[in-house]
Design a protein. Structure first.
Length: 413
């Protein structure tokens, strides 16, 4: 599947449906179990975030705050206090609006020497490939590829990629920034999650009027912030399947015991120095988090590296923290993380755009994580000491009993 996603042999959403066919035929998982993997809790968070984004586009809010938000509040601080998925869903419409305004500004500059008024520029028409004419003031983000010049197209791609990368990196700053951080903290099993809040907000959007009510004026039918017709027209359903395919593939990794085999292979790393093992943990996690969900990758590998550290009598955080950070270094494929999928849904990016830009950023982030763990993180988290919380109650009893026997024998002598 990863090869199909990279090479774009099939449409990405169709490739994501392959586990639904292959896993039952290979006897790996039943069809019912595979189907449940396509809509886990985090997918509803993703759906709710996209509904909010569609509502933002419908009420033109992104046009009002586009320049202010992108120049004053960049994506990284936003996704440190709200989910990186919600951040990307809110920022992409704003980024699209900025792109449109840049195009309009460039068109005005082209006509400034000819003393063409702004009104004329706003109504200037561009011909599509099929001969139809479209106004710059009315084109949508789906028409951008037909209207943007080469330089403007590169600028648009860079702006959208920066939103995805900023959301992914900024999400590592706090516990709530990305679900993989919650896996590290052991807080992932809760009754009310971000998905509950996201769907609640999405439902409210279908009930709140899009105009200020006038109780003393004429009785008129007032629309809501979001309606189902707009939802059907603008919601990128294919991206939901894309994320579901990543979850299904990760489930196949667990059911086939591939994760267990990987854990066994990682035990062979005990012969290497600790820093080399830590770097290899980052490398393996980065590779897998780019072909399946970062949350699932963290769920699989954090317990594995924790046991590996305990077997070496090393502070488990020395392997767990870089593994958690590496699970958010998902910059190369749309399926890797919801912010990537949201940006890819804009229609301006191709897989190779994310792949080329993401490879460089991934290498830089990996090196920074290694340097962070080898320098001040050791002193910040006291990683040179083995903590008592790393032991299970049975292990603590055994060690205390052994220590007690040693003290008794020493006293007897």
């Amino acid at each position: 599947m990863a090869v199909y996603w990279v090479m774009e042999v099939l449409p990405l959403a169709i490739t994501a449906l392959l586990p639904m066919v292959l896993y039952p035929l290979l006897g790996l998982m039943a069809s019912d179990d595979v189907a449940q993997m396509y809509l886990p809790d985090i997918s509803f968070l993703f759906i709710g975030g996209l509904m909010v984004a569609v509502a933002v586009q419908k009420c033109k809010l992104h046009n009002r705050v586009a320049l202010f938000v992108l120049t004053v509040v960049p994506p990284q601080p936003c996704c440190m206090w709200i989910s990186n998925t919600a951040t990307a869903a809110l920022m992409v419409p704003i980024a699209n609006s900025v792109i449109i305004e840049l195009v309009k500004s460039n068109r005005r500059n082209e006509f400034s020497d000819s003393l063409v008024s702004e009104a004329v520029v706003e109504d200037r028409y561009n011909e599509n490939s099929d001969g139809r004419r479209k106004s710059l003031s009315t084109f949508s983000t789906r028409d951008m590829t037909e209207i943007l010049s080469k330089d403007e197209y590169h600028m648009a791609k860079g702006l959208l990629i920066s939103v995805a990368f900023g959301a992914n990196i900024g999400g590592t700053g706090t516990i709530t920034g990305t679900p993989s951080n919650l896996v590290l903290m052991g807080q992932i099993k809760e009754y009310v999650t971000d998905a509950t809040s996201a769907i609640l907000v999405a439902i409210i959007l279908f009930a709140v009027p899009n105009q200020k009510p006038d109780f003393f004026g004429k009785s008129e039918n007032v629309g809501t912030l979001l309606d189902w017709k707009t939802m059907q027209a603008n919601f990128p359903w294919s991206v939901v399947l894309l994320l579901g395919g990543g979850f299904a593939m990760a489930a196949g990794v667990k059911e086939s015991n591939l994760s267990y085999r990987v854990g066994e292979m990682m035990q062979l790393l005990q012969m290497f120095p600790v820093n080399v093992i830590m770097a290899l943990c980052i490398f393996i996690t980065v590779f897998l988090t780019n072909i399946c969900s970062n949350t699932v990758t963290a769920s699989i590998f954090i317990p594995i590296v924790a046991e590996l550290a305990k077997s070496l009598e090393i502070n488990p955080l020395y392997f767990m923290i870089p593994t958690t950070l590496a699970s958010s270094m998902a910059f190369t494929l749309p399926v890797a993380t919801p912010p990537n999928a949201i940006v890819f849904a804009s229609g301006l990016l191709r897989v190779k755009d994310l792949l080329l830009a993401g490879a460089v950023v991934t290498a830089e982030c990996g090196l920074l994580a290694i340097l962070f763990m080898m320098t001040w993180a050791t002193y910040l988290f006291e990683l040179d000491k083995f903590p008592l919380w790393a032991y299970t109650p049975a292990e603590l009893v055994y060690r205390n009993h052994t220590l007690f026997d040693l003290l008794v024998n020493a006293t007897a002598k």
